[in-house]
Design a protein around this ligand. Structure first.
Ligand SMILES: [Zn+2]
Length: 321
């Protein structure tokens, strides 16, 4: 077995190394790096990620799946791992030639160690009603302010990658209830008010022409009939029309509201979009995925996304304890 070049560490304790093959009098080197099983539960995750090398291994193989580490600044593959400092160094001379696994991800510039980041990510991706910065602060031992900033960056990693494309291609079915649903997938967006023009333009931005649109009978949707096949489900009469009723959204709404009312004490309108992203992530990934899968998906979306403290608050600086 050849260890791939991203693998930054010597064989772990317990690696089996066969050196000779007596019958053919040839030397055969076979190294079996005992791959540690990845965590499947919160308890296993806490133990696994308490080893900083495990954190790097978990992240590196997802970031560079073919085993070639690329410098996030210049893209060169001429990089060397320094196991003592746990950073890579690029052979090309330029600024920031030393880089950690955090560089180029939502964790960049954070002094909070990886075990805290990954444990917090596990908690956020898997708790049904969301988790407050106060809980994260206690669970992974950071300040509430740090936890709040971490949570917002984890939510950015949870944001749906397909956001920006439209629902309802080729006449597909879309439900709307001041949120949008396509097939079994929720896309929610925060709008400043529920006036007709606002809702209609939000839908126009999200839904392809010709899609079958299901909504309640709010007057705001009336003019959409010319653009979409618009089927109204009247909430007042609780009958269900032949196809998908907007009741499909009730579950999503109740989870979102429970999180907003119960878990997060005060959510500013400015930040509402990210709380919604977080709930959408868990809702869309609730079926056929276990805790480890959801965690892995969020971690793999950490790369290429940044959210600085200044962007989040309009102020500079981060508390790192
Ligand atoms: Zn470089």
């Amino acid at each position: 077995m050849v260890l791939t070049s991203w693998y930054p560490h010597p064989p772990p304790p317990g690696a089996i190394i066969y050196l000779t093959h007596p019958r053919f009098k040839a030397i055969v080197v076979f190294m079996e790096a005992a791959m540690k099983p990845e965590p499947k539960s919160l308890q296993e995750a806490v133990i696994y990620f308490s080893n900083p090398d495990n954190c790097i291994d978990y992240l590196a193989i997802r970031r560079w799946p073919n085993g070639i580490v690329l410098c996030p600044t210049c893209g060169s593959d001429k990089v060397k791992f320094n196991p003592n400092r746990r950073v890579w160094q690029c052979a090309i001379h330029h600024a920031k030639r030393q880089f950690s696994i955090k560089v180029g991800t939502v964790m960049e510039d954070s002094a909070i160690p990886l075990d805290k980041w990954l444990t917090a990510t596990w908690l956020v991706t898997n708790c049904k009603n969301g988790i407050s910065s106060y809980e994260i602060a206690r669970d992974v031992k950071v300040t509430q302010k740090s936890a709040w900033f971490m949570l917002h960056r984890i939510r950015l990693a949870m944001k749906d990658e397909t956001f920006g494309s439209k629902f309802g291609k080729d006449g597909g079915e879309v439900e709307t209830d001041e949120t949008f649903v396509g097939g079994c997938k929720v896309r929610a967006t925060v709008v400043p008010n529920v006036k007709r023009e606002t809702l209609q333009s939000a839908i126009l931005n999200q839904v392809e022409f010709g899609a079958k649109l299901y909504s309640d009978d709010a007057v705001a949707y009336n003019e959409l009939a010319s653009l979409y096949v618009h089927d109204v489900v009247n909430h007042a009469e609780t009958y269900v029309k032949g196809r998908v009723p907007t009741n499909g959204l009730e579950n999503f709404w109740s989870l979102l509201k429970r999180g907003l009312r119960g878990t997060y004490v005060a959510v500013e309108p400015f930040h509402l979009e990210r709380y919604v992203d977080e709930q959408v992530f868990r809702f869309n990934n609730r079926k056929d995925m276990n805790d480890a899968d959801r965690f892995e998906l969020a971690v793999s979306q950490m790369v290429g996304r940044r959210l600085t403290f200044a962007e989040l608050t309009g102020k500079a600086g981060e508390t790192t304890n």
